[in-house]
Write a protein that binds this ligand. Structure first.
Ligand code: CA
Length: 231
């Protein structure tokens, strides 16, 4: 896996880096918080190993920025010599997933890192399956199934369905759909949304007793189960 290591003590950093690389991992090292955040803003990692006492943003600040400013949920393993309960709590509160006290055994660090990455991968897979009432959208495989039957969609139809299934029960305006699916943030007066919703209905709803895609008159479309006040 690809690991970002943020650690200012060069000998510790080089020890961790060498051990992880020997186990087949790819490691990028930053020696201060600011550099770590810059690297993270530009690339994706499978896990972050983060020291607490660092120059230019300590570990807690880095953690908070990763979660809040960068909006990343990459697993973070915090390292610190300060093995006090309140420091551990502070680390976890700032968004760290696990905490390891220095000095640590390299095999323990590796085991914890693997466990974090595994958990994260499972969550990501779960988040990539969107389900609604027998309808399933697999964001990874880009596949759509309804009641166990595979439905073939074009890229545009897929994006349109993704938009609807991410907002079940919420009416989406034509303007909103144009923006999200076609990337147009102005009203072109086009009826392309209606045309594509029609294509989608023919593939997703046609032949099924329960219709899922409904018209909201004068507004747009909604994904829902019952068809009161629409159609
Ligand atoms: Ca340090």
């Amino acid at each position: 896996m690809k690991v970002l290591l943020i650690e200012d003590e060069k000998n510790i950093a080089s020890f961790i880096e060498k051990s992880l690389e020997a186990s087949g991992h790819q490691v990028v090292t930053a020696f201060d918080g600011e550099t770590g955040l810059e690297i993270l803003a530009a690339a994706e990692f499978d896990a972050i190993i983060l020291d607490v006492i660092l120059p230019k943003h300590n570990g807690w600040e880095v953690c908070q920025q990763v979660r809040q400013r960068l909006q990343r949920d990459t697993p973070i393993l915090m390292l610190s010599a300060m093995n006090h309960t309140n420091h551990i709590i502070k680390g976890l509160d700032s968004g760290a997933d696990d905490y390891l006290a220095k000095p640590f055994k390299m095999n323990e660090l590796q085991a914890r890192l693997q466990a974090l990455a595994r958990r994260y991968r499972r969550q990501t897979v779960a988040a990539s399956m969107l389900k609604y009432n027998g309808l399933e959208v697999n964001m990874e495989a880009k596949e759509v199934w309804r009641d166990g039957r595979k439905i073939k969609l074009t890229i545009r139809e897929f994006k349109l369905l993704e938009c609807l299934i991410r907002n079940p029960g919420k009416a989406l305006s034509r303007h909103e759909l144009l923006e999200k699916v076609w990337g147009l943030d102005f009203d072109t007066g086009t009826n392309v949304v209606d045309v594509y919703v029609n294509y989608l209905r023919n593939k997703v709803d046609k032949g099924y007793p329960t219709k899922l895609i409904h018209t909201v008159y004068g507004m747009g479309y909604i994904l829902k189960e019952n068809d009161d006040a629409s159609e």
